[in-house]
Design a protein around this ligand. Structure first.
Ligand code: B1M
Length: 213
């Protein structure tokens, strides 16, 4: 089967929330030798972009978004070992999480996975992460605090977390990186973060840069 047909089938399976079909098609694509990064970007991420558009257009509602996300996560699990190179020595410790009030975890998990693959030790704190939890990880030796936000309403919680880290007297002990669809370089600067990355690969580059490697 042609590569484009398979990629389209993966996209459609994710958009339709057909988790089993999505996994089967990703397996088929891998067996045919398609590049995992192409499957990720042109198949899975492209499908979630379409899902977001359908939601904005009022054609999809939260349940449809949720089942599409489940299909994406199932397929992503298959790609994980292929996208993650085995790092040898941990390069530094990163605490990553989606900020308080925000339940979106796919992008954050993708970033965590790529950072881990690049050789960082990653503490994935999950979603809806309070400033206190990030602070506990800084006390626990995290050199980078990495925050993700997908909602314009939760972006300010990045600033709240930075302020809490400052108040705890820990700002000089950690560097702070932010990202997520609504976040920009300008916003990162405005809230006093040390770095911004637009996607998972950029996050790996930024993490290297931030801890001087
Ligand atoms: Co939500 N949702 N959602 N949602 N959802 C968006 C974000 C939205 C843009 C949809 C839309 O309107 N088009 C919109 C936000 C609008 C806004 O704020 N302006 C929205 C809304 C409104 C909501 C609810 C409020 C809906 C409601 O209840 N009425 C609600 C909020 C719940 C909450 O969080 N409190 C909600 C709920 C949900 C679901 C639970 C149903 C589900 C999430 C399931 C899950 O994650 N387990 C969901 C989904 C799936 C989406 C969309 C469709 C897809 C998100 C996604 O996974 N993208 C999304 C629309 C969209 O983004 N197109 C949408 C794929 C992922 C790989 O990309 O997360 O951007 P992304 O991550 C990228 C980069 O951003 C970057 O790298 C990643 C990989 O390239 N990145 C970082 C991310 N974090 C980073 C951190 C870094 C660096 C880079 O450094 C630390």
């Amino acid at each position: 089967m042609s590569d484009n047909v398979l990629i389209n089938q993966i996209r459609e399976a994710v958009i339709d929330g057909q988790a089993k079909v999505a996994v089967a098609k990703v397996e088929e694509a891998l067996a045919e030798g398609l590049n995992p990064e192409v499957i990720l970007h042109d198949g899975l991420i492209s499908a979630m972009t379409e899902v977001g558009q359908l939601f904005e257009d009022g054609e999809f509602f939260v349940p449809e978004m949720l089942i599409a996300a489940r299909a994406m996560k199932g397929a992503l699990e298959l790609l994980k070992p292929l996208l993650v190179d085995q790092g040898v020595e941990p390069l530094g410790k990163i605490a990553i999480g989606t900020v308080k009030g925000d339940l979106h975890d796919i992008g954050k998990s993708l970033v965590a996975m790529m950072l881990e693959g690049a050789g960082f030790e990653v503490a994935d704190l999950g979603v809806d992460v309070s400033p206190e939890k990030f602070i506990a990880e800084v006390k626990n030796g995290a050199q980078i605090v990495a925050m993700s936000a997908l909602l314009t309403t939760t972006m300010p919680n990045m600033k709240t977390t930075i302020d809490a880290i400052v108040e705890a007297g820990l700002r000089s002990q950690t560097v702070i990186m932010v990202g997520g669809a609504p976040v920009t370089q300008a916003y990162a600067e405005q809230i006093g973060a040390d770095g911004y990355a637009s996607d998972a690969s950029a996050a790996v580059r930024k993490a290297h840069e931030l801890i001087g490697q």
